[in-house]
Design a protein. Sequence first.
Length: 155
Amino acid sequence: MAFCPNCGIQVSGSQRFCAKCGAAQPYGYGDNTPRGRYDYGQRNDINDNKVFAIISYLGFLSLVSYFAAPKSSSCARFHAIQGLNLFIMECIVSAASGIFSGIFFWAWPIKVIISASAGLICLGFVALSIIGIVKAANGTMEELPVVGQIKIIKN
């Protein structure tokens, strides 16, 4: 059973355009299963809580999203938990970099290597945050690459 992503009306799998609103259907011709991971009921949840989902990837604001988002919203909870996991990993990398830099204060080449590698890892976290924001803005609930499998905070 397929639904139009624009208006939510049920469409046939062979329809290329919605009969009600005329929107092109994003799924394959003859395939009646939508590619998105939601049905029309979830679409309202996604639209209503998109702000919580997006701010989940903005550092410490993931805490705001985690505690303020409605518990009934699967989309907001998914992105809040994923954003909070990413934020915790960022904190761990920053703390480890500071500790190791302090331990090797006498060996400046090692300190430079540690700082540079931590900087590169943090750039990776920025890229993952951007990916998460894009996925939240598009309304999809997909895990982030690489770190999506790591669950520090669970449901």
